[in-house]
Design a protein around this ligand. Structure first.
Ligand code: ADP
Ligand code: MG
Length: 246
């Protein structure tokens, strides 16, 4: 369960404060599938970063499973994330000196206490994960040798490597063509339906928005609508989200 209360984020740029999120109140239930939509610059990436504990808010609190993230050190937040949360960055953030397989192995190796015992198994799992996102034949490629869409899919595989209870992704299909995007969405929806993984996806993708259980729309740093539909049944809301694409 994620609870955000009275969140506000203010940046100082050029010596002047700029409030980019304000009055954000929301809670996300376990097994939920939430799409966050809104025009470019409306604060989606900032909000996702706060919900994940990647950044701390200027004001307000984010509570993850009862733990106020502002009360934790940076290391403690990183540990909590490693335990509970997978995150797909808009800019991928793969490690350039590691291959696709090695990038996916990182969270698996961080989790296993006895690396030698679990090494072979971790590698098998990493191969499976890459296969799930359609990259079996790119295991030994470095990020620079992969297209943007392929890097994004490596980022996806890495994010759900440890079977996190919560998967957050920033425009996970933004660099994918329709077909590959479709497959990536299917992988995430299946995680939600079969394993109960909570999904929080920032997106312009009308297919994602239409399959989400709930659509939160931001504009100018505020929540302007928060609509719940049936599972995959929010056809009208999905259309509205599509119209908001920038
Ligand atoms: P979105 O993901 O919806 O496009 P962002 O959350 O990335 O929006 O950004 C919201 C606003 O905050 C933008 O106007 C952006 O310029 C500003 N912003 C984001 N990060 C910073 C930062 N580190 N310093 C100053 N301004 C920032
Ligand atoms: Mg963004």
């Amino acid at each position: 369960m994620i609870i955000a209360e009275n969140l506000e984020q203010t940046y100082t740029s050029g010596g002047r404060p700029l409030t980019v999120l304000k009055d954000i109140n929301l809670s996300i239930e376990p097994r939920g599938f939430v799409a966050i939509v809104g025009p470019s610059g409306s604060g989606k990436t900032t909000l996702l970063g706060l919900l994940a504990g990647l950044d701390l808010p200027s004001q307000g609190t984010v509570t993850l499973d009862g733990q106020n993230l502002s009360e934790l050190s940076e290391d403690e937040r990183a540990m909590l994330r490693a335990e509970k949360l997978g995150f797909v960055f808009q800019s991928f953030q793969l490690i350039p000196t590691l291959t696709a397989l090695e990038n996916v192995l990182i969270p698996l190796e961080l989790q296993s206490s006895d690396a030698s015992l679990n090494g072979a198994r971790a590698e098998r799992r990493a191969c499976e994960l890459l296969e799930r996102v359609g990259l079996s034949d790119r295991e030994h490629h470095y990020p620079a040798q992969l297209s943007g869409g392929e890097q994004q899919r490596v980022g996806l595989a890495r994010a759900f490597a440890n079977q996190p209870r919560i998967l957050m992704a920033d425009e996970p299909t933004g660099n994918l063509d329709a077909d590959t995007g479709h497959r990536a969405i299917d992988v995430m929806v299946r995680l939600n339906e079969e394993e109960g993984t909570t999904l929080v996806l920032v997106t312009h993708d009308t297919e994602i928005a239409s399959r989400a259980h709930r659509i939160i729309k931001l504009a100018g740093g505020r929540i302007v609508s928060d609509e719940r539909g049936g599972a995959g049944g929010a056809g009208g809301a999905g259309g509205a989200a599509g119209a908001s694409s920038s």
